[in-house]
Structures are given as C-alpha cells and as structure tokens.
Design a protein around this ligand. Structure first.
Ligand code: EPU
Length: 337
C-alpha cells in the first residue's frame, strides 16, 4: 500500500489552487479502502475524502491524508418494465453517468447534466439543478465507517437530504466514506421541466426527449457558468438563502423586483446571485479573483490566486449583502484549512 507524499492537489480542486497534501491515496475497491483506513498514516493524521474537488476551497496546503475514490463502474442491479436500479461507484464522474443514462434511455438525472464532480460527492452534497435533486433518484448510499472499517448502508430516509444538505454533512460529518450509490431511474419518459422557462428552451431544440433535455441543460449551464478547466471556480459559491415569510414580505416591499421561489407557507427562497448583483459585485475583479460577469453566484480564480484571496472576497460579499438586505449568505463551498 503506497501513500504518495507531498502530492499536488491542482487537479483535485476546480478552483485551480496550487496546493499540496502531505499524503494522498486512491482506493479502487471497498477492501482497498478498509486496508487504507488501518494504516498508521491514516489513523494519525487528519483525513479528507475528495472527488474532483468541485466544492472545495483550500485555504492552504493540507497537512493530512487525502483519499480519493477510484471505484468506478455502473452495474444494472434490477430491471422491471418501468424502471431500473443501478449501482454506481463513488469515483464515477457524475456527468459521465448522466450521459450514459441518457444513452440508455433512463430518465431521472438528465436535469443534472454537466454538474462537475463525482458520484460520491453528489451523495454527500445532494447536488441539484433545474428542479431535480440527487435525493429524487437515490435508493441507497453504501459507505464504509472510518472508525471501524465496517460497511454501512444508508437508505434514502436515513440520509436526511435537504437543499444541499445531508446527514453526511451534519451529524455524521467526516465519519463515513461513500463507496457506491443505488439509483432508481425510469424507463418511461418522466421529465421535470417545471424550472423557470426550461420547457420552452427544450422546445427550441426540437421535441421533448432525453437527448434534447440534456442538450438544453448543457447549453444553459455553458452560457452562465464558467468551465472550471478554463477558469477556476466551484459553481455556486453560496447557497440561496431561505428566509421566513415575514422577512420576505418586508424585503419585497423595499425591493419589488426581487426574484423568489416558494419553499413552504412559512418560507421563501431568494437567489443569492440576485442579491450579490444588486450589491454591485457582478463582474468585479480584485487582484487574481473576482465575481463572474454572467452569474454573480460564482467566484473565480483568474489565475495564480491563493485560497485566502477567494475567502476574503467571499467575506466582502457577505458583508455587502448583510448591510443591504440583512441576509447572511452561507457558503455552499467547503473551506479546508
Ligand atoms: N440572478 C441574478 N443575477 C445573477 C444570477 C442570478 O439576478 O447574477 C437571478 C435571476 O433572476 C435568476 C435567478 O437569480 O432568475 C436564478 O438564477 P439561476 O437560474 O442561474 O440559478 P441560481 O439560483 O443562481 C441555482 C443553483 C445552481 C443551479 C441553478 C439551476 C444554488 C446555490 N445554485 O442557482 O447550482 O445550477 O440554480 O437550478 O442553489 C451549484 O450548486 O454549484 C449550482 C451551479
């Protein structure tokens, strides 16, 4: 068992930060992972499990062990007339999975096309876009418990999924490593086109089918979100804030044009991108970092930035939004120090 030392994480964080980790290990099976967890270097150091690092902000070099899943493969577990159940390794690139499912004519995750990252991280983060979330298709998340190397399966309810949240980010943070997920997809054309003008956008590409939905989502994302391979970024930097109806109504009085989404009778969600744009941040650059010109929720590394510069920009944005709207933006990105 070989742990790489002083390993560069440049290719493992989409901000493109030139940081290193003390040890790096890639596991390609459950057995391999269990063995790694018994290693002294793992037991005696801080542990961080990463996918493609599409939601991470490294504030400096990582003084511990980074584990990366190379468990790949998509297995058909069960097939009925209407649906399939597939098992997907945590190291499968999420968008490769979406492309494969669309090709097989299995619907359920086409709206999640082009989201960067790997399947294991999708299960932790409950990725979501265009009216669909990971939780809508997952049946079970298979994990290994770090403390004792035991397998532990979490069925949907046990994952406590909510908007960009799960039990793995909260109560059980840092305790389990995802090895694979079981997803149930439909063989019938069951589409979700309720998000904004999505249906009209798909129709511009022809009839409503899986290929055209994927094509449209890719077009929308490419038009707003910078490609991390070209411009370092981690997608939405902040979560969209959910506020009480009382706060929402008083804000709406002052800002009648404020976009918003219904969450429940008690709560409303406000797009953080709009709040940040209203504070004048859209397209602004400070040193090597800035706020993307087409989507204010995306912070970018124009090249050579340090994680701390991005974190400082984030704080300035949070202060502006708090001053103008009285809302505290919470980062979606995980800060690693
Ligand atoms: N808006 C602005 N200015 C901006 C950006 C957005 O005014 O610079 C307003 C617009 O009014 C727009 C509304 O915000 O109608 C919503 O914008 P958009 O459809 O781009 O979505 P979002 O709320 O900014 C969320 C997710 C994205 C996801 C899209 C589509 C979060 C934090 N972000 O963004 O997820 O792709 O919806 O579903 O929930 C990610 O998590 O990394 C991510 C990109």
């Amino acid at each position: 068992m070989h742990f790489d030392q002083n390993h560069s994480l440049l290719n493992y964080n989409t901000f493109g930060l030139d940081v290193k980790t003390k040890y790096f290990f890639e596991f390609d099976s459950e057995e391999n992972l269990i063995e790694a967890l018994q290693h002294n270097d793992v037991k005696e150091n801080l542990l961080l499990v990463i996918g493609q690092g599409s939601n991470l902000l490294f504030l400096n070099d990582f003084n511990g062990v980074v584990l990366h899943s190379a468990i790949r493969g998509i297995k058909l577990i069960e097939e009925t007339e209407d649906a399939v159940l597939i098992e997907v390794g945590s190291g499968v690139i999420w968008d490769d999975l979406v492309a494969y499912c669309v090709q097989q004519r299995w619907s359920g995750i086409e709206n999640l096309s082009l989201i960067p990252g790997e399947t294991g991280a999708a299960a932790i983060q409950n990725i979501g876009a265009y009216g669909v979330e990971f939780k809508d298709v997952v049946q079970k998340v298979k994990t290994i418990q770090i403390a004792d190397g035991q397998s532990c399966d979490f069925y949907l309810k046990a994952c406590h999924y909510a908007y960009r949240e799960s039990i793995f980010k909260k109560e059980l943070k840092g305790q389990y490593i995802v090895t694979s997920v079981l997803l149930r997809l439909s063989k019938k054309p069951l589409f979700n086109l309720s998000y904004n003008h999505l249906e009209n956008e798909v129709l511009k590409n022809g009839e409503i089918n899986l290929e055209n939905i994927r094509k449209t989502i890719i077009q929308i994302r490419e038009s707003k979100l910078p490609d991390p391979k070209v411009l370092g970024n981690a997608g939405s930097f902040f979560m969209n804030p959910v506020v009480s109806r009382e706060i929402f109504e008083s804000l709406q009085l002052h800002f009648p044009a404020m976009p918003h989404y219904y969450v429940s009778q008690q709560e409303e969600k406000i797009p953080a991108g709009w709040l940040i744009e209203q504070c004048g941040w859209k397209g602004r650059t400070i040193g090597n970092v800035g706020v993307h010109a087409k989507q204010a929720l995306v912070l970018v590394n124009y090249g050579g930035a340090k994680g701390k510069e991005i974190a400082e920009l984030a704080v300035m944005i949070q202060q502006s939004v708090a001053n103008k709207f009285g809302i505290n933006l919470i980062p979606e990105v995980n800060f690693i120090s």
